[in-house]
Design a protein around this ligand. Sequence first.
Ligand SMILES: Nc1ncnc2c1ncn2[C@@H]1O[C@H](COP(=O)(O)OP(=O)(O)OP(=O)(O)O)[C@@H](O)[C@H]1O
Ligand SMILES: O=C(CO)[C@H](O)[C@H](O)COP(=O)(O)O
Length: 299
Amino acid sequence: MSSRNPIIAVTGSSGAGTSTTTESFEHIFRSLGIRSAQVEGDSFHRYSRQEMDVEKRKAREEGRNISYFGDQANDFDALERLFKDYSETGRGKMRRYLHTFDEAVPYNQMPGTFTPWEDLGEGTDLLFYEGLHGGVVTENNDVAQYVDLLIGMVPIVNLEWIQKIIRDTSQRGHSRESVTASIVRSMEDYISFITPQFSRTHINFQRVPTVDTSNPFSAKAIPSSDESFVVIRFREVTDIDFPYYLSMIDGSFMSRVNTLVVPGGKMGLAMELILTPFIRDLIRKKEEANKQLDWMSDL
Ligand SMILES: Nc1ncnc2c1ncn2[C@@H]1O[C@H](COP(=O)(O)OP(=O)(O)OP(=O)(O)O)[C@@H](O)[C@H]1O
Ligand SMILES: O=C(CO)[C@H](O)[C@H](O)COP(=O)(O)O
């Protein structure tokens, strides 16, 4: 954690909706006049799509699994280094993993490849990460220690799989069978690396459908916002003004003392109402830390 160079991370599994919710953050940043350095978690994959296919084959032959959720296929050292560097200096290195032709063409590259590493951070107020591993802790790495505001984006698992299957087949050119196989292959890493993060988060947003999702592998469409509720759980956060949220968000209610439930269509509004004060506070602390530093260097 760093007062001078704060880091916000939205962490969630593949298809959870971390990219989709980035819009709400961009809106908050715009309204508070914040310049953010944005980083996608998939940039920290170790392998290009072609290389990963080779790794998957090798793993199968050796009777083990490899998945995008685990440490074999992701460079947690590089992710931890970025968070450490940014928190200490306000700078770091990033690249992008290009999923689709639309993303790859501007770089004159193929889908499933990485852009070159580039510098990031110059002139920014904070680092914003969205992806798989913003709160990861392993024997060798502790990424979570550098994050000032850690948010979990966690649809219930059937919905998460529907979102992944429909997105990967409609936008990323994968077959339903190959996406299903990747869900099966990822299960151990999902439990070891992905879910433990949601006990480290400050706030989790969990989308829960109100339509039947009992066979996610045959679903034809993603349940819409209006066909869902969002369960919002606050951990170790004091001074939460629940009465204010309940009065501002039509149809919301409390299900536990630390848990607010809002209609799915109100998720964007809820995120802005809840997160704006936290983000404003991070920026206030940053300004105070900078003032203190200026004052000390004047001595
Ligand atoms: N609140 C929501 N309501 C309806 N659809 C949603 C919602 N959130 C996400 N989706 C849909 O789910 C799919 C996956 O979302 P998104 O691409 O944001 O996931 P992601 O977490 O960024 O995945 P990855 O890390 O694999 O890129 C998309 O098709 C998106 O439109
Ligand atoms: O979203 C993912 C992980 O978060 C993808 O599964 C991963 O990035 C690989 O992508 P692709 O299958 O398009 O090469």
